[in-house]
Structures are given as C-alpha cells and as structure tokens.
Write a protein that binds this ligand. Sequence first.
Ligand SMILES: [Zn+2]
Length: 982
Amino acid sequence: MSERSPSGFEVMAAVVGRVDLGPGTVLVDEESVTLVLAEARSFDKSIRFRIDGIAAVRPAGESVVVVFRDASTVAMHGSPAVREALCGRILDACRKVPELTRALRAMGARRAGLRGDSRREVKAGDEVRFFAPLLAARKVSAAIHDPREILDAFDGPDLAAALDATLDHFAGSRAGDNAPLRRALEAELSEAAEPLHLALVELRLAAESAAADVDDLAAWRRWSARLRATFETADRVWVTLDAMLGTTPAGPLVVHRPKRGGRFGRGLAILFAAALIEALGTRTLAAQHRMLRVVGVPVDTLRVNGLDVVETRGNEVLIVANPDDEQLLRSRGWAATEVPFTGGALRAVGAAAPVVYRSYDDPARGIRAFVDSLTRANSRVRADTIGVSFEGRPMLAVKIGPPDDSPSRPNVFIMATYHAREWAATETSLRLIRHLALAPDARVDSLVRNRDIWVLPVANPDGYQFTFTTDRLWRKNRRPVGPNAAGATVFGVDLNRNHSYRWGFDNTGSSGSVTSDIYRGPTPASELETKAIERFHADHPPVASISYHTYGGLLLFPPGHVYGRLPPDLSIFRALGGTDERPAVPDRLPASSRTSYHAAPGWNLYTTNGEYTDFAYATHGTIAFTPELTSGVEAGAFYGFVFPDDEIRLEALFRDNLPFALDLIESARDPVHFRSQTTGFAVEPVVLESASPTVRLRAPLASTTVSTLSPLAMRVDTTVPGKYFRRLLSDTIGRVPRITVSTAAGKTDFTMLAVGGAEATDTAWRTSGMAPVRTPVVGENAWQGQAGFVRSPVVTVPAGVDTLSILYWTRFDGAGGAPAPHGEVRLSTNRGATWTRVGSVSGEAPVYYPERTVVTNVAGKDVQIEFSSPDGMRWWLDEISIVAHRTTPALVAGSELRPNANPVRGDAVLFNWPFAGASGEIRAYDFAGRLVWRTDVASSAITLQWDLRARSIPNGVYLVVAQSQGDRRTFKLFVTRSRFDR
Ligand SMILES: [Zn+2]
C-alpha cells in the first residue's frame, strides 16, 4: 500500500469540466478530495470536493475521471501508477464503512472499568457476547479493501444466526433446567431483538444490490446507510435486553403478553403496504380526523400500526384517526365506529367563533393579542419569543416575575398544547399566567419574586391554529413530511415523539410512518418547535416543569419509554404528585368519572418515546410532569379532547390544577427538602423499594453504606438517570431480616416483620380467589387472581417504630388511563374486623416492578395487610414485605440541629444535641411565638426527646432552638400527626 502516499498524488493536469487547471497535487482524506494547484489562474489555488458528492470514479484514457452527483466532472492526468493508486484511494474513501456507534465504542472502555466485580463482569460478558459478531465484522472490514470482501464480512445470515445463538445462550444461562421458563424467556428475548433481525434482513438486501455492481457507489452508500442503521438498532436492542437481563434475578421478571409486533408484525407491515396500494386513486377521503372506537383488536396491534390510541376500555380502544388511518382500518377489516361527542361539546370547525377559547392568530382576542395586552397591563409580565414555528409563527413564552434571568433564581418552565387539539391545556396555562401575574396572596407573590418562571401557552402554534380553521382534532405540527401511499402530501410530526432522548426507541411508543399521528419525524429533534424547546432547556435548565395535555386525569412523570422502570428521584415526584389516597389534583368538575388525578410513571398509561418529560428529566434533571387534564367524561357524556367552551368549567379545571402548579414552582428552590402542603408528603431521604429477592433502595447522591447481617454488595442503577438521588441494587439475596442504611445524614434501620410470595413455606398468608402461578419474580410462585384477596399474618409493630413500608413486586392488567379496574392495599389494626384502604394500583403494568405503600402511626399495634381487587383487575403479587423502619440522625459534634423525622407523624421526636460535651438548653416555639417546650441539656447529652403527647401539641410549624454558651442552632419542624387510629 505504499502508493497510498499521505503527501498526495502528483498529477500532470487537473481538468474541472472543460477548464484545464494545470499540474498539481491531489490530497484524498476521509471526507474530501482536494486539488492543490501548482499555479493559480482564475481559480483559488486549492479546490475541495466532498467525497459524499461523488457518483462514480473511473479510468478514462490517461486520466482518472470523478463524476459528481450533479454530473459535473474532474479529470486528473497522470502516470499509470499514479492513476491506479489515485483511483483506488478515492474509491476506498467512497466505500468507507460506517463508524461504530458511541455505545459500541464505549463498550471496551466500560469493560476495562469493571474488573474485580464478578457480577458486573457477567453483565459485561453478556454485552460483549451480544456485540461481538458486529465488532468482529467491523474489525475485519477495516483491514481489507476489496469491496466484495467487505460486504462478505457483514454477512446478514451469519450475523442473524449469531444473534439467535446469543439469545439462546442468555435464556439458557438464566433459566437453567427449567424448560418452560427457558422457552418463555427465549420468546421474550427474540421479540425484543426483532428490530435487529429486521435490520439484518434489510442489510442483506442492500448487500446483494451493492455486490451486483461494486462500482455503483450509490448502491454502496445505500448499503453503508443500512449498516449504520444496523449498528444503531443493535444499540437500541441492547438497551432493552440489558434491562431484561439485568433485572432478572433467577426467573424472568419480564413475562408479559406478546407485544411490539414480533414476527407477526412483519406480516402486518406487508399487509399494510398492500392495503395502501389498494387505496391508490381513492383520494376522496374525509379531510378531518374523527374519533373512532375499535372493538376486538389488541391495543398494541393498533399502536405498532402507528394509530393514535387515546384510551382503552375493556376490549374497546378509542383512537383518533386521520383519513390514511381509516383506510388502513378498512383494509384490515377492523370495524370502527365513530364516537360521538356528547354533552353539547363539539363545535363544527367554521361554526360560530368560540366564546372562551382563543385561536393563535385572531387579531382581536387570539393568543398573540392576549399576550400583548397582558404585557402592557402588568409590569410583572414580559413576552419572549423562544423560536419560530414552521409556518413562521412566534413561539411566545411569557416570563412572570423579575424581568431579568438570574442564576440565583431557579428556573421553572410550563408549556401547553404540544398536541394541537388540546385547547383546555392552553386555557389552563393562560389562567396560570394571569394568576401568577396578579399574585393574589403572599405565597404566590414570594414564588413569583424568587423564581424565573416561563409559560409557553401554545407549544405547537401552527397545529393549534389549524384546529381552529380546518381540523378540530389535528395533533401534530404542520410541516409537509412526505407523500402517503396515494401520492398525496401529508403533514406533521408528533412533537411529543420528536425529542432527542430515546428517540425512535421502538415502534410501539412512536411511529416511523409519515401518515401516522404519532410520527416521530425523520431525525431526533428534527422539528423547529422541538428544537426551540430543547434550546430553551439548554439555555435555562428548568429545575421543574409542566407540559399540559388533555385528557385522562393523570399526572405522568418519567420514564415513559420502558415498562416497569422508576426514576431514582421518585420521592420528589411522589411528594408532588401524591397517590390516589392523597392526591395532588382533585377533579371537581361536575359528574366527572374521576375524583382525582392518578400520578404515575408515563408507562402506566402506555409507553412512548421521544417524549418531552423523558427528555427534560434525562437531559437536565428537570422534575417534569405531564398533567393529562380532565377525565374527558361528564355525567356519562363523553367530550374527550373537546372540553366544553364554557367559562365556569374551564375556571373549575384551572382551580383544581392550581395547587399542584404552585407546589411544583415552590419545590424548585430545593426539591430534595420539599414538603407538599397539598399531598402532605415530604421527600423521603432514604427509601427501601424492595427487600427481597434483591435489595433496592434510593438514597441521596452522597456516600451511602448498606448492611444486612453482613455487608451487602450494592451497585448503582444506571438505567434511568437521576439528579438528586440514586438507586442502589444488590444481587439476589433472598429474604433478609434486617437492613441498615447509613448516609451522611443518619442511619435508617429496616426490620422485616413478614415476607410472603406464594411459596410453599408461606403458610401464614391467607388467600381467597388468588392462587399461586408459576410466573414469579423469584422462587416457584407468585399470587395471581382477578377477585379475592391475599392477607398477611398479624404482625406486631415494635414500640417506638412509627412507620411501616409495605413493599411488593407487582404486575397488573388495568386499563391505561382509567381509574378502574384497580387493586387496593388495606390495613387492619383490629385483627381483620375492619379494613382501611391505604394504597392502590391501576392502569397498565405488564411487567413486574416494585410498589410501595407507607403507613404511619402504628407503633406497638397489631397490624394485618390485605391486597384485594374489588373490581376484577388481574393482579400478580410476589415477595410482599412488611417492613418497619426508623431513622436516627447522625450525631456529629458541632453539627446542625436535626430531628429524626420532619414532618413528625409520631408521638415523639428526637433531636441530636449539636454541642457535644457542652451543656445548654433547647426550646420550641409555636407559629405565634409562644414557648411550648423547654428543657435543660447536660453536657453528656447525645439525643433529646420531645414528647408531643405530653402537652397535646397540635399540628403545625414549630421553631426549635438549641443554645449553648451563646451558640445557637435552629430548626423549623412540621408536626402532621394524622387522626388515624390515635
Ligand atoms: Zn397530548
């Protein structure tokens, strides 16, 4: 290869088109061919051509001729040796094999960092095994120049066979001798790997056409693009497999009904194409979207076909369909009926102007006019344009509070109506702007002065305007994206599937088809609107954010792209979003089908990818929520996306959602120490998520040690990033009696009072209508049933331990977005005479994940726990653990004053004495400044107890002051003892 001289090729003449430029040197690198001329004439001395513009390279007489895609040519004259070398060098550059993806390249580095940790070496071994065939082929290809040999190195059938062998190995290594388990796992894994199989088929087809004429550079580039797509698909598939393998202790955690198309899906795609060809010439389709009910077709089949699924009700699925979708439904023989909007809600497009709702462009009362008038009338409001939409509309963001953007104030971002038709979302955000600007009370005034708050009332202005003029149920933006099968131009990318985090992760959470209403766009953040929002986040990273949508009555938080994952910062999301028992948002709309909004990770509704909250949380650590406003139902009448154009109802909707918005804004100052006045939840510093078969816990980012009877090996969960907390995971260890967690702030002791998981040894647990099934998290069985109960033995909570965590691994088949069917966790403190609901689950959870319900005020009591599904939800339960816990604050000389609980829910609170070795006194004052407790402290003191029962201390805020020799420490203490069982 000596002729591939780095100094270039001396040519006797270079001719561009018909212009002879004379002799010079030709430099060829990966990206370009550069002519450096011996003498400059009318041209620059150096002329550069891009490699990817080259269509062909061929010898012609005494020249090498390069033909560009625009048919222009460059001819280079030289000796036979130079011609041959030059020709080969340029062709090599044109036939460059794509680089490995970042994850593939990083694999080696990760592996190097894992030495000495046997468990992680096993995981690393899996990863190497999975990528090895691709890595090997890439390595071989780098050493050869013959194009046919390069194509052969990436032989599709060989790579597919290697993939199958790898998946078999994974299943075998996890299932051991258990044949049914092995088959289930194989099916599960090969289903997850299906995108890679499809990519390899495409690669083989591209390789065949590239091999047919190795001088056809266009065919080569098509193959090269396929190879790159194969690398990227391998990356994505590994993320899925890694999660499945990583959380699989002994059996398959992930055993659920068939999903994501699989081999069947390929058949569907062919049928889909055939149907669209059949539709050629039938362009006289309805111009608008309609809401349809499809009966008897599995929801995931509809979703992998790109249909915009809104809701499931039993075996009925509600979708919003465009004309292409309707054609698809007809061709598949899927019966669909239009869902009428009742309750007098639907207004035909073009009918009388709306009364309350505002279009974007209306010069008198549109969004732009409204924002203009607001900024003129109120000095706290400033309008900002964060970007421009495809059709050129300004994306108006309203900043409320100080006019400048200060790094000392935390950023809060609130947006609405990424989906054009969701008008009630925009109305809610406009009312929030007005409320914040008017600041009717001291709290709002303080929030507005001490935060940088931006509100973007319409994140998709083009689509939004289109819903006022043309199609009430339009969802996407309005960029032309390509022809449909009938050749007509179709419009729009779903902006809430276009974000750059986990973009295109799979075809269930978004679609690659331009006609789909969940079309993700051609590339990550390809759309102007999405780009503007991502840029805004980079410039002003929000601590907390809201993206208002309709409808469903939900408060969704990340992640949404994979079933069963929980964010490491769940304590913050939980404190803000609440639970069904202590909700953040009540639903007080007249005769709504809900009483409050259900807070859950996005996948509890259905999985999505390229979605906003996943992006904001993963990229900027933003505590990001998607409220799905309203249940969509009023007294049996269905309005769905078409919330009534009615001032009273819109104001009621806003009032229901206001406390949550204010809490979120408040939390931005210090999310870790936030306590919600609405839900009553404080962010818990140390949370045990699971005690068996693995220990999973969430702890602050600072150093944490964990021990059982002997120290536990823990590793950090990296599947979902967290900003404030991290998740620590142990290997499978089975049931342990005690776990102690130490952090800088103190020590938490967890004691297992009872553990049950349908095993033969779990005889103390009683069931009715729930039976052992062989799809467990661990061991032989889990409990499963559709009606009936699982009941724990009676356990006595140790005196002095105030709080119980009820931990359980669970799966369930609820209805995504609906409050029923549901499962309940109940508590009895009188040996089963009466039961109180303390927790619940609903929605979708097709894979096992760890749930948790907390109960307080049970010190010294006999308690019993019951799980029951009163309305027929299919429910799996395994490794139910009843855990008592207590936290002792760290005792450090000269440290801060700290209580063992804040808020205090029990009858007493402990303080550390911060002045070790010195005497002094400690006092507590109520809100009005009255002294309610005082005690002298001896120099030998370590902890001090304040008995709240002794003086019937009422709930409220107290200032606790410790004092010693002129040195003071103070602490603001919240007392929130419930009346329950006191
Ligand atoms: Zn939406």
